[in-house]
Write a protein that binds this ligand. Structure first.
Ligand code: ADP
Ligand code: MG
Length: 234
């Protein structure tokens, strides 16, 4: 069933993210250990060490809280008005390690005064993770991912994720929505399908446009709050 797929994809993404999280936490931990050893030896200026140690601890705390937010058990859908740029910034922080390891730079551009959208925050974050991970994975030799947030029309915003990756051959485009279709050795082939479903629940649209060896653009169109206010969101 749908629910099962959502759950299993969530576990897969959380599992993959866990490796990145562990890696990202190791750096501030190594640094903390170094400072504890310095303090133990009585060498240097204590006050300076303390402030660096505190900021390393803050960093670990941020990574862990972000991760827990995503790993949390899905609850009943709870739609809230949100700023999409904020959600994207959180997700990009989480994917930073993977991006850096792949030599990929993620740039975000947003028009001013983008209206809020009604969304289930964790589900929408899941969509952004799926799409951004695909973009990163499409560029094993590095490159740029550009995320554009703009008004689409009076009632919708457009979030466009553009990579410079391998692209998708036309004859394979039709397979993309199918579960378990993956060209990757460790792919689940669930990310796009789950993303489509989540965007559908948000009464939005997800469109993919691709050119082999040039790159892929994923457009997500979502209704803004004013349009949905007062509507049933079941
Ligand atoms: P997975 O990433 O686990 O393979 P997805 O559902 O996320 O599963 O994607 C399915 C397939 O769609 C991928 O295996 C890949 O072939 C193709 N694909 C998705 N996004 C991109 C992209 N940005 N660039 C190139 N191919 C892509
Ligand atoms: Mg994927």
């Amino acid at each position: 069933s749908e629910e099962w797929l959502l759950k299993s994809e969530k576990l897969a993404v959380v599992g993959e993210l866990a490796a990145g999280v562990a890696h990202e936490i190791r750096n501030p931990l190594t640094s903390l250990k170094g400072f504890v050893q310095l303090l133990q030896s009585g060498y240097g200026k204590k006050e300076e060490y303390y402030s660096i140690m505190l900021s390393e601890l803050d960093r670990i705390n941020l990574i862990v809280s972000e991760f827990l937010l995503l790993a949390k058990k899905p609850q009943a859908l709870n739609f809230q008005p949100k700023n999409v740029k904020g959600l994207l910034d959180h997700v990009i922080t989480l994917l930073n390690t993977q991006a850096i390891l792949s030599n990929v730079e993620i740039l975000t551009r947003s028009e001013n005064d983008i209206p809020l959208i009604y969304c289930e925050e964790n589900q929408l974050k899941q969509v952004f993770i799926n799409i951004l991970k695909n973009a990163i994975e499409a560029m094993p030799d590095g490159g740029q991912v550009i995320v554009d947030i703009q008004r689409y029309d009076d009632n919708h915003i457009l979030i466009s994720v553009k990579d410079q990756g391998c692209g998708i051959p036309e004859e394979r485009m039709a397979m993309l929505g199918e579960p378990f279709y993956s060209t990757k050795e460790k792919g689940t082939g669930l990310g796009l399908m789950v993303s489509h479903k989540i965007i559908e629940v948000h009464e939005g649209r997800l469109e993919i446009c691709s050119k082999v060896n040039e790159g892929t653009t994923v457009d997500i169109i979502l209704p803004v709050v004013s349009k949905r206010a007062g509507k049933s969101l079941a």
